[in-house]
Write a protein that binds this ligand. Structure first.
Ligand SMILES: CC(=O)N[C@H]1[C@@H](OP(=O)(O)OP(=O)(O)OC[C@H]2O[C@@H](n3ccc(=O)[nH]c3=O)[C@H](O)[C@@H]2O)O[C@H](CO)[C@@H](O)[C@@H]1O
Length: 334
């Protein structure tokens, strides 16, 4: 069976493409990839030997363009969609799987033009523009926030170290892949209180704000484990009993997999306010707190076990494998 994965642009989409690719390869599927020369697609996959073949097209976003630029981008996407259609035909592709982002457009339209089944993975609780447009034509859309609540493809390391939390002894502040000034400020405001309660602080600041935050802790004479970005975040989460975090889809499901309760501070400018709706999914199930409805001061003394147990029961298990199996199975039965 031959499957073409497409999409990317940012780490959020590419991480999903990577984990789905591994799951397909494990099931003996031959995989192919179409991404863009813009964004991070090349960085992630150019030297990845697990794909049988890869292509990087000059595809860019259309939605935020205006006037002549929009027309020229549309023309470019149409041309690349025809090119994708040729690839789909020449390599006997059985299905196209899109993880979203602008680099997914050519191959997704190529799938429709060649009547090849299209599968979509939407990471967030509010659909991106391309996925909204393409969903009605897809054979199946996978999303962890809408029925049938497909398990999110989290890195299994977050599951291996999961445990039910009870009392807050160590706190972690997480700003998502870029870091978040708002979360850094919440951390610094609360640091004296946390220190007075002998609560240890782990703090991911993002690259831009690292120096300011590090200096602020030093000035207050408060010990904290401060870093801009750490590749082994599972290890850091495992040490913590509570998180104050942005509500990007991957971080949210990683916290859930780890049964680590959180106060979510959604990024307010995310498209369609999707981080708020991501967080709401867990908040509505009694598995998380939402800022500013709740403040850190009132959570410090709380018993964390009811939230942590709830997360334990909602943990996404075998996400990538389940999605890959569902796709392979549905292709075998058609
Ligand atoms: C500003 C913006 O538009 N953000 C979007 C972006 O967020 P962003 O990429 O920040 O958010 P995610 O939470 O989805 O992903 C962050 C990833 O980075 C990893 N990590 C983070 C910090 C660190 O030190 N080490 C590390 O490895 C996390 O484990 C996680 O896997 O994509 C998400 C998924 O589409 C969206 O929900 C977010 O709204």
């Amino acid at each position: 069976m031959n499957i073409l994965l497409t999409g990317g642009g940012t780490g959020g989409h590419l991480a999903i493409a990577k984990s789905l690719n591994s799951a397909f390869v494990k099931q003996g599927v031959k995989t192919f990839y179409i991404g863009s020369t813009y964004g991070q697609d090349r960085e992630w996959f150019e030297s990845d030997k697990s794909f049988s073949q890869k292509w990087f097209f000059e595809s860019r976003g259309v939605i935020n363009q205006k006037g002549v630029k929009k027309l020229s981008s549309l023309w470019n996407i149409s041309h690349l969609a025809l090119k994708s259609k040729e690839i789909i035909k020449n390599y006997n592709i059985d299905a196209v799987v899109s993880v979203g982002g602008y680099s997914a457009a050519p191959a997704s339209f190529g799938a429709l033009l060649s009547s090849t089944p299209l599968f979509i993975h939407e990471q967030n609780a509010r659909f991106g523009k391309l996925n909204t447009l393409l969903s009605p034509f897809a054979k199946r859309v996978f999303c962890s926030f809408t029925p049938p609540f497909d398990p999110y493809p989290v890195n299994p390391e977050f599951l291996h170290t999961r445990r039910v939390r009870t009392k807050l002894k160590t706190i972690i502040f997480l700003g998502g892949s870029q870091g978040a000034k708002q979360i850094n400020d919440i951390a610094l405001q609360n640091a004296p209180l946390l220190a007075s309660k002998k609560i240890s602080i782990i703090h991911q600041t993002g690259k831009q704000d690292y120096r300011r935050v590090k200096n602020a802790y030093e000035k207050m004479g408060i010990e904290a484990e401060v870093f801009a970005f750490d590749k082994n975040l599972a290890h850091k989460m495992a040490q913590a009993d509570f998180a104050v975090s942005r509500a990007g889809a991957s971080t949210l499901w990683e916290l859930c997999a780890n049964a680590l309760p959180a106060l979510f501070v959604p990024y307010p400018y995310a498209a369609g306010n999707h981080q708020y709706y991501n967080a709401k999914y867990l908040v509505n199930r009694g598995a998380a707190f939402l800022y500013p409805d709740h403040a850190l001061e009132e959570i410090i003394e709380a018993d964390l076990s009811p939230l942590s147990q709830k997360l334990f029961s909602l943990a996404p298990l075998e996400g990538a494998t389940t999605i890959a199996q569902t796709i392979v199975q549905s292709l075998k039965t058609t």
